[in-house]
Design a protein around this ligand. Structure first.
Ligand code: AMP
Length: 113
């Protein structure tokens, strides 16, 4: 199986800067930011989408949310930010390797587009 775009960035096979890393995940800045802060939090394990996640991946999914919170704090987002996970092409997913979008630094509308 070929590495996902995000795994290729993590491995240095294509350009991109890892701005955070731990045992289970890493983070990069989104190449096409939709807010002043737009970070992608990505598990090292490649799971295509949330709907493919198994019971064993519950801690990993929780970890991604917790690290999103830590990165929000580090970026001084003042407890106001949006976490987004697109699941499936019709929901806007374009890279099929689970990732949490951390968006902040501006106001957001609801419902999303
Ligand atoms: P999604 O559409 O939810 O799958 O999100 C994929 C995100 O990856 C989009 O917001 C893209 O802008 C972002 N993206 C695509 N290519 C790169 C790249 N080379 N480096 C950083 N972010 C990327």
């Amino acid at each position: 199986m070929t590495d996902s775009l995000f795994s290729q960035i993590y491995k240095g096979q294509i350009p991109g800067k890892v701005i955070y890393e731990d045992e289970h995940c890493f983070a990069i800045n989104d190449i096409n930011p939709q807010a002043p802060v737009h970070i992608l939090i990505i598990p090292k394990k490649e799971v295509a989408k949330v709907s493919d996640a198994s019971f064993e991946e519950i801690p990993l999914l929780g970890h991604l949310i917790y690290i999103s919170k830590k990165l929000a704090d580090l970026n001084k987002l003042s407890n106001n930010y949006r976490l987004v996970i697109n699941n499936g092409a019709e929901a806007g997913q374009s890279v099929f390797h689970i990732h949490v979008h951390l968006l902040g630094g501006r106001s957001f509308n609801w419902p999303p587009g």
